[in-house]
Design a protein around this ligand. Structure first.
Ligand SMILES: [Zn+2]
Ligand SMILES: [Zn+2]
Length: 241
């Protein structure tokens, strides 16, 4: 990596590039209390209308989405502040590509969304893992960044390296059924004692079918977790069937 790339990355991650909108880069004056400019606040797709009672994705009708009706995921509830569309989708992709300072924006909204839920006891936060190979090329796990920020905002404990990814499994362009089959067995619980009898919140960037969150919940419950919640920055709305 060249010196220029390193400097640029440092500037982005330390957010010393000035008070600019996280969405479009336009100058803003209330940063960091307002991370988006007025325009972006209006155009970003917030997930605040009708949502599936189980997985939290945007819905047209009341109740459960088709996926949750057909095969309810093992988590208690999933929530996500944004719909994976437009500006929010572009921002989460920029974050994954290395603009790590964007974790602050997403984590704040995720923490707000979590505050709408009531937990039996203080939960612990764990991150959805990525493979070692992916970590080598990307150099960070976006879910870990989010989980650590949420921990700092909520006061909940962040438990590192609880889940580990063993299988590879490219999940793109697969059906819900294929994703579930492929994900099964590809994640393991490494620190079982930490989860015993605990309320666990699993953190990730995007929920597509919910298969990853469901699988994490299944294995965490097998490891003794009392209840499992799933929070992502964005989620896909229910498709028209
Ligand atoms: Zn903007
Ligand atoms: Zn659902």
């Amino acid at each position: 990596m060249g010196v220029f790339t390193k400097v640029k990355e440092w500037l982005l991650n330390n957010n010393t590039a000035g008070f600019t909108c996280d969405g479009c880069g336009r100058e803003v004056f209330e940063y960091p209390s307002q991370r988006l400019c007025e325009h972006c606040q209006k155009t970003v797709f917030k997930n605040e209308k009708r949502q599936c009672e189980k997985c939290g994705r945007a819905l047209r009708a009341e109740g459960l989405c088709l996926g949750c009706k057909k095969e309810p995921p093992a988590f208690e509830r999933a929530v996500s502040p944004f719909i994976y569309h437009g500006d929010a989708a572009r921002m989460i992709n920029r974050f994954k590509q290395g603009e790590r300072y964007l974790a602050a924006f997403f984590a704040e909204e995720m923490a707000k969304k979590l505050s709408e839920l009531s937990f039996l006891e203080p939960p612990i936060l764990v991150a959805v893992p990525i493979t070692e190979r992916k970590k080598k090329t990307r150099r960070f796990n976006q879910a870990e960044d989010l989980a650590k920020r949420i921990a700092a905002l909520t006061g909940y404990e962040y438990a590192a390296d609880v889940l580990v990814k063993i299988g590879d499994g490219d999940q793109k362009k697969r059906t819900a059924q294929e994703r579930r089959e492929r994900i099964r067995g590809s994640i393991r619980v490494r620190k079982r004692k930490l989860c015993d009898n605990r309320v666990v919140i699993v953190v990730d960037d995007i929920m597509t079918t919910g298969a990853t969150g469901g699988e994490c919940a299944r294995i965490l419950k097998n490891a003794g977790a009392r209840a499992v919640y799933f929070v992502t920055a964005c989620s896909l709305p229910q498709r028209e069937e």
